[in-house]
Ligand binder design. Sequence first.
Ligand code: UD1
Length: 321
Amino acid sequence: MERILIVGGAGYIGSHVQKQLLDEGFHVIVYDDLSSGDIINVLPGADFVKASILDKSALKDVMSSGIDAVIHLAAKKAVGESMINPSLYAENNISGSLNILNAMVENNVKNIVFSSSAAVYGMPQYCPIDENHPISPINYYGYTKFAIEENMNWFSQLGKLNYAALRYFNAVGYDASGAIRGKERNPQNLLPIIMEVATGKREKLSIFGNDYDTPDGTCIRDYIHVSDLAKAHSLALKYLMNKKQSLTVNLGTGMGTSVKEIVDATEKIIGKKLNYDFAPRRPGDPAKLTANAHLAQKLLNWSPDYTCIEDIIQTVWNLEL
Ligand code: UD1
C-alpha cells in the first residue's frame, strides 16, 4: 500500500485526514512538531515522526524513506496573529512549506495535497465564491497560503511535482465515532469558543457585529464538517496519483449559516442558554462567505455528507458528554 506522509497530521484537520487514510488501508506517517497538534491525535497504526518543517534534515530523512505522496497541513492559522507577527507566518507557513517542496523534489516525491484556504480570495466580490474569483487576500495568513499555491504551480509547470490545493471554507465538527479527541489549545475559531462557553471554561462569547447586511445582522459562513474535508483529501490524493495532473478546488457545502444561527442551534443541542453579547465588528470580516464547490464535485466526485448544521455541532458536543 502507498506510504503517505501527513505533515501536521496531529492537528485538528490532519488527525481527521489520518483517520480517513488509515480506514482506507494506506500506510500513514504523521510528521508533526506538536506545537499545536496533540500526540493523542496520532492514531494506532500510524507511524510518528516528531519534527518541525523548519528542520530540513528531518524532512530529508523522512522523504528519503520511500514516500508516495505528501499531505501538508502544518501551518499557523490565526488570522489576527498573522497581522501582528507576520514573521512567524513567513517562517512557518512560507519557509516551512518551501522546505517541504524542496525535500520532495530532492527525493523525487511527486504528489502533494496542500491545505489552502478561502482566505486567499479576500473580500468576496460575489457569493458563492468559485475558483475563478479574483485572488486578493486581506490578511497575511491568506497571503501565505496563496504564496505556496503559486510556488506549487511553478514547481508543477517545471515538471517537478503535481499538487492539489484545497481551499477550505470554515472547518468544524469532530469524527462521529469519537476516534479524535484532541482539542485545540487556546482556540480562536467560533465553534471551539462556543464549546468553551458551554462547558464553563470561558465566561462568554462575543459575537463580532450584529449590524451586517444579513438577515439577522451577524456574519454568514460556510461551515464544512472536518470528516468531509478528510474525504476530499483522500480523493485528491487518488486524483494526483492516477491522473498525474494538478488541481485547485474550493471545499465548502455552499450553505451559509450565521453566527446567531450557530448560537441558537448550539443552545438547542446542549439544552441551555449560552452567555453571549454583541461586540463591535472584527476588522477584515466579510458579511458573507460561502463556497461554490462544483469543481470539487466534478473533478473529485466529492460532495459533503454533512449538510445540516445541527448534526455538525452535535459531533463537537459529543466530545463533552
Ligand atoms: C478565518 C479564515 C479562514 C481560516 C480560519 C482559521 C478568512 C476569510 N477566513 O475564518 O480562512 O481558515 O479563520 O482560523 O480569513 N466570531 C464571533 N466571535 C468569536 C469568534 C468568531 O462572532 O469569538 C465570528 C466571526 O466574526 C465569523 C465567524 O464567527 O463571522 C467565524 O469566525 P472564525 O471561526 O474565526 O473563522 P473565519 O474568520 O470565518
